[in-house]
Design a protein around this ligand. Structure first.
Ligand SMILES: Nc1ncnc2c1ncn2[C@@H]1O[C@H](COP(=O)(O)OP(=O)(O)OP(=O)(O)O)[C@@H](O)[C@H]1O
Ligand SMILES: CC(C)(CO)[C@@H](O)C(=O)[O-]
Ligand code: BAL
Length: 282
C-alpha cells in the first residue's frame, strides 16, 4: 500500500491506475478505523479495481475545538488495517498540506446545510462539503463511499455532487453495528463503561420507532414517543430526535405514508452519538 502525504503523490498514484484503464474508488475517513470503515473499503473493493482511502481529521468541520482535540488517532494501526484489506493507496495529508494559508473558498448546500445536525453544529457541513470537494478534485475517483450512519452527510454530499456536476458516483453503505446493536463509531472509545451500556438505548429506540411508524402515526407523534422511550435511560441526554422524509429530510406533514428516517443525536457524558434508521410504513 502506498502512503501518500502530499497531493502530488496521490495524484501520481491515481494517474498510474487511470493509465491502466482502472476504475478508482475513494473512501474518505477521519481515521481511528473500525469495522464500519472497513465495510466501506470492502464495498469499494467489490465495485472498483483500485481503492484509495483518506485519513484526515478535518479541522474546518469541528466547531468545538475540544471535540477536535479529543478526536482519537492511531495512524500505524489504521495503515495496518487498510493494508490487510488490500487498499492500494492511503492519502493522509497534514493540515498545512491540505489547506492553503490564504484559503477563501468554501462549498455550501444552501438548504440541507442549516437543518438538523447543521443547526446543532453550525458550519459543520460547510467544512465537510469543502474538504470532500477538495478530496474529489485531488484524487479524481470514479466512485466514493460514505456510511448511512451519517445520513444527513450522505444526502448533503449527493446533493453537492449533483448540483456541481462532480463526476463521481456517491455510494451509501448501511450502518455496521457491534453485536449488541451499538452503531460503530470512532467516538465510542470515549464512552465510560456505564455510558457504553446506556447507549444501547439508541438502537432499541430505532427498532421501536420503526415498528410504531407502520401504525398510521404522524411524525410529531412518533418523535414524542421515541423521546419518552429514550428518557427511560437516565444517562441519555437528548439533543435531537427527528422523523423526516427519507429522500429529502424535509418535515413530514400529517401521517407518515412514505419512507421516513428517524435521526437521533444523543449525548452520553461529553460524547455526542448519532444513529439513524429508515422506517417504511408500507
Ligand atoms: N458504523 C458505521 N457503519 C458504516 N459506515 C460508517 C460507520 N461509522 C462511520 N462510517 C462511515 O465512515 C466514514 C468515515 O467516518 P468517520 O471517520 O467520521 O468515522 P466515525 O466512526 O463516523 O467517526 P465519528 O462517529 O466519531 O464521527 C463516513 O462515511 C461514515 O459515515
Ligand atoms: C467525510 C469526512 C471524511 C469528511 O471529513 C467526514 O465527515 C467523515 O468521516 O464522515
Ligand atoms: N462522521 C462525521 C464526521 C464528524 O462527526 O465530524
Amino acid at each position: 500500500m502506498q502512503i501518500c502525504r502530499t497531493k502530488a503523490e496521490v495524484r501520481e498514484a491515481v494517474r498510474g491506475y487511470r493509465r491502466a484503464g482502472e476504475h478508482v474508488g475513494l473512501v474518505p475517513t477521519m481515521g481511528y478505523l473500525h469495522d464500519g470503515h472497513m465495510t466501506l473499503v470492502r464495498t469499494a473493493k467489490a465495485k472498483c479495481d483500485r481503492v484509495v482511502a483518506t485519513i484526515f481529521v478535518n479541522p474546518t468541520q469541528f466547531g468545538d475545538s475540544a471535540d477536535l482535540d479529543a478526536y482519537p488517532r492511531d495512524e500505524a494501526r489504521d495503515f495496518a488495517l487498510l493494508e490487510a484489506e488490500g487498499v492500494d493507496a492511503v492519502f493522509c495529508p497534514d493540515v498545512d498540506e491540505m489547506y492553503h494559508p490564504l484559503k477563501q473558498t468554501t462549498v455550501v448546500t444552501e438548504r440541507l446545510e442549516h437543518m438538523l445536525m447543521g443547526a446543532l453544529r453550525p458550519d459543520h457541513y460547510k467544512g465537510v462539503c469543502t474538504v470532500v470537494t477538495k478530496l474529489f478534485n485531488i484524487v479524481g475517483a470514479d466512485e466514493a463511499f460514505f456510511g448511512e450512519k451519517d445520513y444527513q452527510q450522505l444526502l448533503v454530499l449527493r446533493t453537492m455532487a449533483r448540483d456541481l456536476d462532480i463526476p463521481v458516483g456517491i455510494n451509501g453503505v448501511p450502518t455496521v453495528r457491534e453485536v449488541d446493536g451499538l452503531a460503530m463509531s470512532s467516538r465510542n472509545v470515549r464512552l465510560s463503561a456505564e455510558d457504553r451500556q446506556a447507549a444501547l438505548i439508541l438502537n432499541k429506540a430505532l427498532a421501536y420507532g420503526d415498528y410504531e411508524a407502520s401504525d398510521g402515526r404522524t411524525a410529531a407523534d412518533l418523535e414524542s414517543s421515541i423521546r419518552t422511550f429514550i428518557e427511560k435511560e437516565p444517562r441519555a441526554e437528548i439533543e435531537t430526535i427527528d422523523v423526516r422524509d427519507a429522500a429529502t429530510l424535509e418535515p413530514i406533514e400529517g401521517q407518515i405514508t412514505a419512507p421516513a428516517v428517524i435521526l437521533l443525536a444523543v449525548r452520553f457524558g461529553d460524547v455526542l452519538l448519532i444513529d439513524q434508521r429508515v422506517a417504511d410504513p408500507s
